[in-house]
Design a protein around this ligand. Structure first.
Ligand code: D61
Ligand code: MG
Length: 416
């Protein structure tokens, strides 16, 4: 907490959000009257870096179903991601995972010792128990998406198959993330929280996943390369280097940054759909659940843009304070549109006129502004309010002073 406040010291609204978050009552989720359920949420909190909080804030009707949707797919992904499992073992498990989730007692112990989510599969019988207790309608949606994702993962795990074209890139991201969007939309419509139109808009649902996944893939260049996973499409990196790993060489620094802005621009192509999707979502708990990962993604893209550290450091993240602030602010479409406008402007400011994608990114940022001003006029006042907190300008300095006091109080309570 203390280090998070320090990191946000020049962002008073983040300090405020951190302090509010710290002081908020913590007894919200209590599963101790149901041991099996407690175990499920234990696994959710152990395996998820950002989804645990938003899933636990969902309305009761959807909470367990989406928690299990997450855990099933995280289990599948933990098999996909582990490069120590040989393909003869891996591919059949990926292809049959939609059947495995109906087999009481199934567990998997062939993950390498360093696989971070290994324990989830060691205790996968717990997840299967929970899955089998869901309403059949939710089980069917989860099994269908699991089947399609597992088959897609198996295809891309096959020796000699790579993400070559940008069409492959969209297809791979559809399998591992777009399908999650489709399944979630089906759940929202099936439970009656959202209109049936939401499930029908598969294009927009897919884009929700693609924007998140492409942002992750762009960020994780170095980590994936280290483990010999390559998700940047050759059609893109091939314009800047002979081999993908050549981008890390110091002499290729300029080419690497150009390649990075190509990847950032490619991801930005989904933002229009993301806003259109969020505009459809009426249930407040579904809205926050959908919006928070998306605003975190644009904040992450902003951090990546023109940032050479992608090629030299693993694990670059947005500030904790920024995350908490975004979670607090993402509760209606006007505020979310304001956040997108704010980051689009930041991205535009960071662009280098000598970059070949300078104009493309400028146009993409301009489009975000144009769409938001046209469709969400309320976002203009929200943007002004956000900027007052973000910048330590004239009005910001008053907030800064208040935030520093609040920060000091929090620091004191941390050490007390
Ligand atoms: C609204 C709200 C949340 C949404 C959404 C719409 C649309 C799509 C998604 C969430 C999925 C976003 C995936 C982006 C993060 N990428 C990963 O976790 C990668 O693995 C992909 C395969 C497993 C997907 C698991 C998942 C994730 C979020 C969910 C969910 C299932 C179910 C319900 C709700 C949210 C990435 O994982 C690496 C790692 O984190 O270890 C990878 O392997 O590429
Ligand atoms: Mg994966």
């Amino acid at each position: 907490m203390a280090s998070a406040i320090l990191a946000s010291l020049f962002h008073p609204s983040e300090v405020l959000a951190l302090v509010q978050y710290k002081l908020a009552p913590k007894t919200k989720y209590n599963y101790s009257n149901d041991k099996a359920r407690e175990r499920l949420y234990h696994h959710l909190n152990m395996t998820s870096r950002s989804f645990a909080a938003v899933i636990q804030d969902l309305d009761e009707e959807l909470k367990d179903a989406i928690c299990l949707f997450y855990l099933v797919l995280r289990g599948l992904d933990t098999i996909e991601d582990d490069m120590t499992i040989d393909l003869e073992t891996k591919i059949p498990v990926l292809n049959t995972f939609h059947e495995i989730i109906y087999q009481k007692g199934w567990t998997f112990t062939k993950n390498g010792p360093n696989e971070k989510d290994r324990q989830l599969l060691v205790e996968f019988d717990v997840i299967i128990e929970g899955f089998l207790k869901l309403k059949p309608a939710y089980q069917t949606i989860i099994a269908d998406i699991t089947k399609r994702m597992g088959n897609g993962m198996a295809h891309y795990a096959t020796a000699g198959i790579h993400v070559n074209t940008t069409a492959d890139y969209d297809e791979y991201c559809h399998y591992v993330a777009g399908l999650v969007g489709l399944g979630l939309s089906e759940m929202f419509s099936a439970c009656g929280f959202e209109s049936l139109v939401v499930a029908k808009r598969k294009d927009l649902s897919n884009s929700m996943g693609l924007f998140l996944q492409k942002t992750n893939i762009t960020r994780d260049y170095l980590e994936d390369l280290r483990d010999d996973r390559r998700f940047w499409p050759k059609e893109i990196w091939g314009l800047y280097a002979e081999k993908m790993e050549d981008l890390v060489k110091p002499e290729n620094c300029d080419k690497a940054k150009q390649c990075l802005s190509h990847m950032v621009w490619n991801a930005m192509g989904h933002i229009k759909d993301v806003l259109e999707y969020l505009e459809m979502i009426k249930n407040p708990s579904c809205f926050k659940f959908c919006a928070i990962p998306q605003v975190m993604a644009i904040a992450t893209l902003n951090m990546l843009h023109n940032n050479y550290k992608i090629f030299t450091h693993e694990n670059i993240k947005i500030r904790k304070g920024e995350t908490v602030w975004l979670m607090k602010e993402s509760d209606n479409i006007d505020k979310v549109a304001a956040i997108f406008r704010l980051y689009a402007r930041e991205i535009n400011k960071k662009s280098d006129p000598l970059d070949p994608h300078f104009v493309n990114i400028g146009v993409a940022c301009g489009e975000i502004e144009q769409i938001c001003v046209g469709k969400y006029p309320g976002s203009t006042a929200e943007l002004a309010r956000l900027q007052a907190g973000v910048m330590a300008g004239t009005s910001g300095s008053i907030i800064t002073a208040a935030a520093v006091v609040a920060g000091a109080v929090a620091l004191k309570s941390t050490f007390a």
